[in-house]
Design a protein around this ligand. Structure first.
Ligand code: ARG
Length: 572
């Protein structure tokens, strides 16, 4: 595809000796208002060196470049050179690029195969995988897909919370009041109830706390009976998590969580000590970060056991040594900002020069309209239930609307689960938001169902055109772009053209919502085109050209949805 911005920079650079093409490139703007052209070049900064009024400079440049075939029109307006790209050339170029690249359209190789770790989801064993966890899971999965599309080699890690004193309590409770069948049938709900029961009982029987502590020590020392129970709890919990991952179409390369690092800790405690970073405080060991405004980080408790942050230090070094990452990305709630700031600061103080290649990607809270999110009141909403309900409601809507599908179960799943994912990725990730069923499943709003519906509409137009006509439209070089210069076709092509840049920006900012918003724009723009133009016209050349644009829009939407981790149904 022609990089118009770059071509324009070269052209202008020939006119201005004082600036390089790169400098000019960074000055070129894309005007908000289409009346000001597709690209604009401001001349204010040149006044000093050229000793001329900016409008005069702009006039000179406009006159000199106007003849280039790339432009339909070049105007000077005040200090600006406003450039209008030739629609025919532009649309033809974009359509041909999408048709040629297909699934690859939008991808690039800026990553050059460098390894990036994306850590996401990371739920706690024996704790509910609730709607709050969906954020890390879905945002992280999308960041993983975006980085893969940018040519990075992505390692997907689920840093399970599978270690800590709570396992002593759980094993203790299981031994007193537990029952094997219950754990197998409903692992998480059952294990959670043990945990709650333990706390209730421990209030009147404080000796239970000692018992639990002893059990945890045994677990730490690898006593077979305790390890076996712990392993079983972990396996059963993972089975339950896996069900949700399967529904969401999410995979990991590694489930190495906190327990994986439990035996790797002494090296780091020693290292911190040798580097003079460790201080003793009432028998415990801490790193004092007050100088950096980050308080004090607890590294080992007085009984010698390690903490969350200690395991994160070990994990970071392990990942560097194992994968030699270019970037190590953590998709974790903003409530843990302080934890990650402390942790990076400690890695830096330890002298690891790659510390700043570790990135915490935070996100805000999600709550439900009726307030049912509150764990404090014991009313946890399970993600699996949310997904099932989304599928159920979608099935109802599809039936009501009389939507044609060959497989209502499959479509309801694609659309229902897609709706939850899309909703999750619609807002700037750092914003808190309220989960609303009506908004999530609104087929006319800026939602997943709306985009998928548009995709299915593209598919339906192509079906109606017939295989032969579509095959013709797929031949990029046969497309006569002169039929695609109408306003809505051109605006659609502009959005398709921008997709690769949008993906790059989303990667740089760790912000999938940039992609989400862009595919909503593409869908809206396609629907405008569909409304404005008659596609299946008698004129063969015109029909082929229009079908090629439909095909391009369909491809771009599918590629975009794939980056969010969503399916695109052919019929709905
Ligand atoms: N298990 C933790 C939780 O649910 C999240 C883990 C985040 N990752 C990390 N490397 N600390 O709160």
């Amino acid at each position: 595809m022609v990089n118009f911005k770059e071509e324009i920079s070269k052209l202008i650079a020939e006119q201005i000796q004082d600036l390089t093409a790169e400098e000019i490139l960074s000055m070129i703007e894309v005007p908000q208002d289409a009346k000001m052209g597709d690209y604009a070049f401001p001349c204010f900064k040149l006044a000093k060196t050229l000793r001329k009024a900016p409008p005069l400079i702009a006039r000179g440049i406009a006159d000199a470049i106007r003849g280039n075939a790339m432009f339909e029109k070049v105007e000077q307006v005040n200090a600006y050179v406003n450039m209008f790209i030739s629609r025919e050339e532009f649309v033809g170029d974009v359509v041909s690029a999408v048709l040629t690249e297909k699934e690859e359209y939008g991808k690039s190789n800026v990553g050059g195969g460098k390894t990036v770790i994306v850590e996401y989801s990371s739920p706690n064993i024996a704790k509910p995988f609730h709607i709050g966890h969906i954020r890390s899971t879905v945002i992280g999965n999308s960041i993983n897909k975006i980085y893969s599309a940018l040519g990075y080699n992505v390692i997907r890690i689920n840093h399970l919370g599978d270690y800590g004193t709570q396992f002593g309590k759980m094993i203790c409770a299981y031994r007193h009041w537990g029952n094997k069948e219950d754990v197998i049938n409903e692992p998480i709900k059952t294990l959670l109830s043990y945990y709650t029961k333990f706390h209730e009982e421990a209030e009147s029987h404080p000796e239970l706390n000692d018992e639990a502590r002893e059990i945890f020590t045994k677990l730490e020392h690898g006593e077979p009976e305790e390890v076996e129970l712990w392993q079983w709890f972990r396996d059963e919990s993972l089975k339950e998590f896996s069900r949700v991952y399967k529904m969401l179409g999410i995979e990991f390369d590694s489930y190495n969580g906190e327990s994986f690092y439990s035996d790797k800790m002494p090296r780091f405690v020693k290292e911190l000590e040798e580097k003079g970073l460790l201080e003793e405080s009432q028998g415990a060991h801490v790193v004092n970060l007050e100088k950096y405004g980050l308080g004090v980080a607890l590294i080992t408790k007085s009984d010698g056991s390690t903490l969350y942050i200690t395991r994160d230090i070990a994990a970071a070094v392990y990942r560097k040594e194992t994968y030699d990452f270019y970037k190590n990305i953590y998709v974790v709630a903003s409530q843990q900002n302080l934890h990650f700031q402390q942790w990076i600061q400690i890695l830096e103080l330890m002298g690891y020069e790659w510390a700043r290649d570790c990135v915490h990607v935070p996100f805000g809270l999600v709550s439900l309209e009726d307030g049912t999110m509150s764990t404090r009141h014991g009313r946890v909403v399970f993600l699996e239930d949310v997904l099932n309900r989304a599928v159920e409601q979608t099935r109802e809507i599809i039936k009501e609307k009389g939507v044609a599908t060959d497989n209502i179960d499959e479509t309801a799943k694609q659309v229902g689960i897609g709706a939850v994912i899309f909703n999750e990725l619609s807002n700037n990730r750092i914003k808190d938001y309220v989960f609303s069923w009506d908004k999530v499943l609104d087929f006319n709003g800026e939602t997943g169902p709306y985009v998928q519906y548009t995709y299915a509409r593209c598919a339906s137009v192509l079906r109606n055109a017939g295989a032969e006509a579509v095959a013709k439209a797929e031949q990029a070089d046969a497309v006569k772009a002169s039929y695609l210069t109408g306003e809505s076709a051109f605006q659609l092509a502009r959005l398709l053209y921008k997709l690769p840049e949008v993906i790059r920006e989303a990667g740089e900012k760790y912000e999938p919502s940039i992609v989400t918003r862009h595919i909503v724009d593409i869908a809206q723009s396609f629907n405008r085109f569909y409304h404005d133009e008659h596609i299946l016209v008698d004129n063969e050349e015109e029909k082929t050209a229009k079908l090629a644009l439909v095909l391009s829009a369909k491809t771009a939407i599918r590629n975009g949805l794939a980056l969010l981790g969503m399916d695109a149904p052919e019929r709905m």
